[in-house]
Design a protein around this ligand. Structure first.
Ligand SMILES: [Zn+2]
Length: 181
């Protein structure tokens, strides 16, 4: 019997939602202004808050550093280089091991460092659990939505086969039927 797929954890879903604060279709950025970013963070389930425009920019930079990692998970780009993009966030986001029967990584600071540390701890946990590789960016370039690949063998490439997969197939059909004069 095939092993059941691990569903996305609430923590990993928060990372997914952070990436999807940027939408291309139609274009929208929920972290676009300090007020918007504060509101988003307050309802995100992530700890911490934003004190300045500089901190908003840092949260956006974290999001942009995660995107290439999800591209790499989808088979595009260099995963080593993508992971290196998290390096600038690691040093200033302290974590400690919370002891217990099921020990976990927890943020040691507050404010934005706690937000970033929580995201890093989640990425670490997901990488250990084997679920990180299922977090991907949709292959449809006009979409680029982050999604959790729930296909049995983890080979999904579109956020939703019904929408983007079919959109992609229709375009390829159009391209094939175009006269080649
Ligand atoms: Zn898509």
């Amino acid at each position: 019997m095939p092993t059941p797929l691990t569903p996305i954890s609430p923590e990993l879903r928060r990372v997914l939602e952070l990436v999807n604060t940027l939408d291309f279709d139609p274009p929208a950025d929920r972290l676009g202004t300090l007020e918007e970013a504060r509101n988003w963070l307050a309802q995100s389930g992530l700890p911490g808050d934003l004190k300045s425009e500089g901190e908003r920019e840092r949260l956006v930079a974290l999001r942009q550093a995660i995107r290439p990692m999800l591209e790499a998970n989808a088979g595009h780009g260099d995963p080593v280089q993508a992971w290196a993009g998290l390096e600038p966030f690691a040093a200033s986001s302290p974590l400690y091991v919370r002891p217990g029967v099921d020990p976990s990584l927890s943020p040691a600071g507050s404010g934005l460092p706690a937000t970033i540390a929580t995201v890093l701890a989640t990425v670490y946990d997901a990488a250990r659990a084997g679920t990180w590789r299922r977090l991907k960016l949709c292959r449809e370039s006009t979409c680029a939505w982050a999604f959790y690949d729930e296909s049995k063998n983890g080979s999904g490439t579109w956020c939703s086969m019904r929408v983007c997969g079919n959109r992609n197939k229709a375009r390829r059909r159009r391209e094939r039927s175009r006269p080649t004069s």
